[in-house]
Design a binder for this molecule. Structure first.
Ligand code: PMT
Length: 414
């Protein structure tokens, strides 16, 4: 995910400095090259050796040692960075940066970089709400510095309140976003994911094998690319993706209601959910008792959400459907593309190894309205998600050329 990216991680002196170790681990695991700068006070909390061992690079602590190198050390670090990340960032370092003070290696290097700078503050709650701190933060935001807001929690000083460092996982997600081209900025994307459950009685239901992985991967990727994302999800074991509005539902009817209530505020709908086509005619109030050797369950048809969207969509809405097939993949997929009036259809043969339900990969065909079919082969669900979003961005650009609004915020290249 971050292969080929160079991140300079600055660690300043706060009790949360130990969490930078976990952050470093997440970033290196994702393939990034890490260079670490520890301030003098950070070294009171953590040692350079830990960071050196995990980053496999020398840790930088001293401005003047680096100047004796062949190239000027802090300038070289500043130039090499694709992202400058400071976690935890104390009120002191934020104050210095906001006021152009460059009196140590970290602040000097940040002043010299042209890379995006992402700051994760951590401090006492009274400091976090101090008007001087707030002015410094606002000033840096105005100059394009990015922030991962501190959260509420028990603080090292004994207070309970805002000022606690965000979790390493969330800082990691924000770092990935900061390194991603925001080509979907301004787009409002609604995604459905997971299975639905159609209740038979209080203890039983009809469902399918969808894990939600495909839809959640699209939601994560769309958020990273700058979209405002709503994820309507049937029951899954997955954690809600960071930055995404989550709407949990159970049944196909609930998913229908949730989609219809929000579609008016969306530019794009991507329906990766495996929605039950039928539900039991009657839901028993009490657990059904065992009876004879056989039992018949009468089912009635659920409304097809995608078909209804396809029929009511005007020029503005872009509609992407999925087709889960077990035979005649392309024949069935072509029929769905036409019958549901879609802009793009993602077809997968769920009997193929590495495709469909629960696995981390998928083998899809992308069917376009003009008859083109793309066959990218076996990919991770994250790569499939980005491929679908590449096509969505292209279709958006065509629509934007006609309507002139969508993606207006896009264009910040990193
Ligand atoms: O969740 P995972 O474990 O990662 O698995 C991924 C997946 C296999 C679920 C996904 O890749 C996929 O194929 N999703 C669509 C599953 C499906 O329901 O396909 P379908 O061919 O039955 O439906 C066609 C389209 O109509 C789908 O976009 C579906 O969301 C939509 N639909 C179907 C029925 C209905 N009542 N309303 C709908 O909107």
């Amino acid at each position: 995910m971050l292969h080929g990216k160079t991140i300079v991680l600055g660690v300043t002196g706060g009790i949360a400095a130990y969490k930078a170790v976990e952050l470093l681990r997440l970033l290196t695991k994702a393939g990034a090259e890490l260079h670490i700068i520890l301030t003098r006070s950070a070294q009171e909390f953590v040692t350079p050796l830990t960071f050196q061992t995990l980053s496999r690079n020398p840790v930088h602590t001293d401005l003047f040692n680096l100047i004796s190198e062949q190239e000027i050390g802090h300038i070289s670090l500043a130039d090499r960075a694709d992202l400058f990340l400071i976690a935890p960032a104390t009120a002191n370092v934020i104050g210095k940066l906001a006021n152009g003070i460059a009196d140590d290696l970290l602040t000097t290097t940040v002043m010299a970089t042209r890379a995006p700078v992402l700051l994760a503050p951590a401090m006492n709650m009274n400091m976090y709400h101090n008007p001087l701190y707030l002015e410094n933060e606002a000033r840096l935001r105005r100059h394009g510095y990015l922030f991962v807001d501190a959260v509420k929690g028990a603080l090292a000083c004994g207070w309970e309140g805002e000022g606690k460092l965000q979790t390493p996982e969330v800082i990691f997600q924000e770092a990935v976003k900061a390194l991603t081209l925001p080509d979907l900025a301004g787009a409002r994307i609604l995604i459905t994911a997971g299975p639905t459950r159609e209740e038979i009685d209080p203890v039983r239901y009809l469902s399918n094998h969808s894990s939600g992985k495909m839809g959640y991967a699209i939601a994560r990727a769309a958020w990273r690319r700058g979209a405002r994302v709503t994820l309507i999800s049937g029951p899954t074991a997955l954690a809600p993706p960071w930055g995404v509005e989550m709407v949990p539902v159970e049944s196909a009817h609930q998913m229908y209601e949730a989609v219809m209530a929000r579609v008016g505020e969306c530019d794009v709908v991507i329906k990766a959910a495996a929605v039950a086509d039928y539900r039991p005619l009657l839901r028993a109030e009490e657990k059904l008792k065992k009876q004879g050797e056989a039992m018949t369950l009468e089912l009635v048809k659920n409304r097809d959400i995608l078909t209804e969207l396809g029929h009511q969509k005007g020029e503005r809405l872009l509609l992407v459907g999925f087709a889960a097939e077990t035979s005649e993949l392309l024949t069935n997929a072509r029929k769905k593309l036409a019958a549901k009036n879609l802009d793009l259809l993602v077809a997968n043969d769920v009997t193929q190894e590495g495709a469909g339900f629960s696995v981390d990969t998928n083998i899809v065909r992308l069917l376009h309205r003009d008859g083109r079919i793309e066959e990218p082969g076996l990919l991770t669900k994250e790569a499939v998600a980005n491929l679908i979003l590449d096509r969505v961005a292209e279709l958006q650009r065509v629509k934007e050329a006609c309507h002139g609004t969508i993606g207006a915020e896009a264009g910040r290249a990193v």
